[in-house]
Design a protein around this ligand. Sequence first.
Ligand code: PMV
Length: 309
Amino acid sequence: MEASAPAKVILFGEHAVVYGEPAIAVALNLRTTVEVYPGSEYTVNGYPMQDKYHSYIRNAIKLCWDNGPLEIITQSDIPSSSGMGSSASITVAMIAALLSSKGAVNEEDVAKLGFEVEYITQGRASPIDTSTVTHGKGILVDKTLRENYLWEIEKNGVVWRIHHIEVPELKLVVGFSGIRASTAEMVARVRRFYQWNSFARDVVKEIGKLTLSAIEPLESEDYEKIGELMDKNNKLLTILGVNHPVLKKMLEIARKHSYGAKITGAGGGGSIVALTDEQDEVVKALNSAGFEAYKVRISREGFRVENQN
Ligand code: PMV
């Protein structure tokens, strides 16, 4: 069994989406491929499977497989802890590969199981990453039922309705700070602020409103406006406490050649995303300052079952 899934980047609404506010993410043209064979013991890339290193794969197996040990081989273009969804991508590719042994695989099943795996592996989370890499293209998460509705996921009283959203061929650069922050810890930190402080709850709502206001500019390819909204979203994330001095420096560098730029994903380290017409310039400027940076495009394709026997 063999399947692959793309990377992703969150354009608007991270953290707020954990509380049911809207968010927008797109799939990227980097992929993870998983090959799965029957084996005599569980192995990953030739080594015995270990909970510590292979928690997403292990939990995917737990939810989708009861048929004996597997030899698993993974290959990924996605740098880990880069904010580009390497864990969502391997989770979804793994689930698609396992389900493919039982017949045709549909997006909704993969997205729902993908969310469960992320949830049990990293604690509180939203389904944005796993739904984006399942579907490809662009995803709007919004509790309001809209046109292009795909599926709904519910956990602990929070409902996320996943919608397809039309996105243009955005030219993006993802810059990695080199600081590996744990998504679970950052989500927990924002959660404490959210629980105890009504101002934090207002900021979360504000991020939700801003995300909805980005739909029209995305549909009409108004890059100036999209960039302006990315900058504004970043200010609100800074208030939530997920910025970092290194990320601030990276944003300053990227903005010299961009319509706008923001932290993407959990923050506290991790990555920034910039919208630009000058991808090479942004990559060069970030590289010169000592940061890894990736020129990325939108992937129209979500998961793909490569080889179904
Ligand atoms: O760090 P990432 O790329 O996994 O993104 C996390 C996004 C959060 O909104 C902070 C958490 C979530 O699960 O939605």
